[in-house]
Design a protein around this ligand. Structure first.
Ligand code: GLP
Length: 247
């Protein structure tokens, strides 16, 4: 695992966007795994700037998103499909038919999970996966658990995640209690993984991700077993590593 410490959110976002820009330049028809949440917004903003400056071409890029709330369709402004359209897809020359988000309205979520796995396989796998991280160490919507979930599946969100995500909804009651998410196995098959985190609320979980035991209680700790992971954090998210490791 490579950990890159940045002075602030802007630098973190620029560094992450730079890696994605390089990926698109090196392989214009690459498959990007994308993430939602507030953390990647700056990365997407920077990618849009690079596109607007004429430095990036998304016309052959394909994307697969990590997750979606169950029960929300793409027209709902809290859905992750809506988020992706608003924060990236509407602003670059990507073909929307080449952008994929799990269907949270699927009648049969188990079948939707299998179809999503088949879709990723048919695209040739994920070249570069972007991840945020939940305060409890979740990636995608893989919550702390007794085991690592392998493939795309329905998940029960924890109280901690529902509380953290309530800020995007009118009230706590409106936050969906379940979601559909790529599994840890799906994420681990990506060729390269970039995880971004900022702010002091992520410091402990970043330490546990990098230096803690590999345990499904900290889902992101599985990334220690991946051969090509880059973690890009601001100073606040790095603080527990600095304190405990003296660096
Ligand atoms: C949600 C998403 C995750 C994201 C997490 C953290 O739970 N499913 O993919 O990493 O939120 O969000 P934020 O970046 O807003 O802290």
């Amino acid at each position: 695992m490579k950990v890159i410490k940045c002075k602030d959110y802007t630098e973190m976002s620029k560094k992450a966007a730079g890696l994605f820009a390089a990926q698109i330049t090196m392989k214009p028809d690459c498959v990007l795994g994308l993430a939602t949440g507030s953390t990647p917004i700056g990365t997407y903003k920077r990618l849009i700037e690079l596109y607007q400056a004429g430095d990036l071409d998304f016309s052959r890029v394909k994307t697969v998103n990590l997750d979606e709330y169950v029960g929300l369709d793409g027209s709902s402004d809290q859905s992750y499909r809506y988020f992706m359209n608003e924060n990236l897809f509407n602003h670059v020359n990507i073909n929307k038919n080449d952008t994929h988000v799990p269907n949270g309205k699927a009648a049969d979520l188990a079948a939707e999970g299998e179809n999503y796995e088949a879709l990723i396989r048919s695209l040739g796998g994920i070249d570069m996966q972007l991840l945020g991280i939940g305060n409890n160490g979740h990636i995608g919507f893989n919550e702390p658990n007794e085991f690592f979930d392998k493939t795309t599946h329905e998940v029960q969100l924890t109280e901690s995640t529902i509380t953290a995500n309530a800020r995007f909804f009118a009230s706590m009651d409106e936050v969906p209690k379940t979601a559909i998410s790529m599994g840890i196995g799906t994420i681990m098959q990506a060729k390269k993984i970039i995880l971004v985190a900022n702010g002091s609320s992520k410091a402990e979980t970043i330490y546990n991700t990098v230096y803690g035991p590999i345990t499904p209680q900290v889902p992101a700790s599985a990334l220690q077993l991946h051969p090509d992971v880059t973690i890009i954090v601001d100073e606040e998210a790095y603080a527990a590593i600095a304190e405990k490791c003296g660096k």
